[in-house]
Design a binder for this molecule. Structure first.
Ligand code: ZN
Length: 234
C-alpha cells in the first residue's frame, strides 16, 4: 500500500473516532436531564401529600372553630333561659339549644373523620418521602456515572485530537487538503477500499484505467464517480 494512503487511513480512523466521541459529549445534557426527570413524579407525589395534609389540618381547625362558636351560643342561650320568666320563650330557647347541640354532634363526628383521613394522609406522605429518597439515591448514582463517562470521553477526545494533529502535520499537505475536503463532503469516508472492482464509498464500478492505477500502488487514485481516494485492501 502507498505510505501516504496508509497514513490517511490512520488519520481517517482517528477522525471518525473524534466524530463519535464528540457526538457522545453532545448527548451529555440530554442524559443528565433524562436522569433528573426520574425525580419529577416522586417529588410531585411528596408535594401533593404535603398539600393534602395542610388542607386537612385547615379543615379540622375550621370545624373546631364551628364547634366552639356553637358551644358559646349554647352557654349564652342557657343563661337567657335561666333568666326568662316566660314559658314560651323558655321552650323556644330550649329548642334552639337542642338544635345547636345536634350541630355540635355532627361537627364532632366530622372532625373525627377528618382526623382519620389525616392519619392516612401522613402515612401516604411517609411512603412518598421514602420513595423519593430511594429514587434520589439512584439518580445520584446515575449522574455520577454520567459524569465519569463524560470525563473519560473528554480525555479520550483530547488524546485522539493530539494524535490527529501529529498525523496531519506529518502528511503531504496536498493529499491532506484533498482528504479533508472529501471527509467533509463524503460523510466521513474520504478513503475507500476497492472491492469486486467497485468503489467502497459509492459502490459504482470503476473504469479499468482507474482500477489499474489503484492496483499499481504508485500514485494516489480517486474514484471517477465520487472522487474518494481509493486503495486495495491487503
Ligand atoms: Zn466512488
Amino acid at each position: 500500500m502507498l505510505p501516504q494512503i496508509e497514513g490517511l487511513l490512520v488519520l481517517q480512523d482517528r477522525d471518525r473516532r473524534i466524530g463519535t466521541l464528540a457526538t457522545q459529549l453532545e448527548k451529555l445534557p440530554t442524559d443528565e436531564a433524562r436522569a433528573k426527570s426520574k425525580l419529577k413524579s416522586d417529588t410531585e407525589a411528596v408535594e401533593t401529600a404535603k398539600r393534602a395534609i395542610q388542607e386537612n389540618e385547615m379543615e379540622i381547625k375550621k370545624v373546631e372553630l364551628d364547634v366552639e362558636t356553637r358551644k358559646t351560643s349554647i352557654t349564652r342561650l342557657k343563661t337567657q333561659q335561666f333568666e326568662t320568666r316566660k314559658n314560651d320563650e323558655y321552650s323556644a330557647l330550649g329548642h334552639e339549644i337542642e338544635r345547636y347541640g345536634k350541630e355540635v354532634d355532627t361537627l364532632e363526628t366530622q372532625e373525627l373523620e377528618l382526623m382519620e383521613s389525616g392519619d392516612e394522609l401522613r402515612s401516604t406522605l411517609k411512603t412518598a418521602t421514602e420513595a423519593l429518597a430511594k429514587t434520589t439515591r439512584l439518580v445520584d448514582e446515575d449522574l455520577k456515572s454520567i459524569k465519569e463517562r463524560f470525563q473519560n470521553v473528554e480525555t479520550d477526545l483530547e488524546e485522539t485530537r493530539a494524535e490527529r494533529k501529529q498525523l496531519a502535520d506529518a502528511a503531504d499537505p496536498e493529499i491532506l487538503h484533498l482528504y479533508e475536503r472529501l471527509l467533509k463532503t463524503k460523510n466521513g469516508l474520504a478513503v475507500a477500499p476497492v472491492s469486486n472492482g467497485q468503489c467502497g464509498g459509492c459502490h459504482v464500478r470503476l473504469i479499468p484505467a482507474t482500477l489499474i492505477k489503484v492496483q499499481s500502488e504508485k500514485e494516489v487514485a480517486q474514484c471517477e464517480n465520487c472522487s474518494r481516494i481509493l486503495y486495495i485492501e491487503p
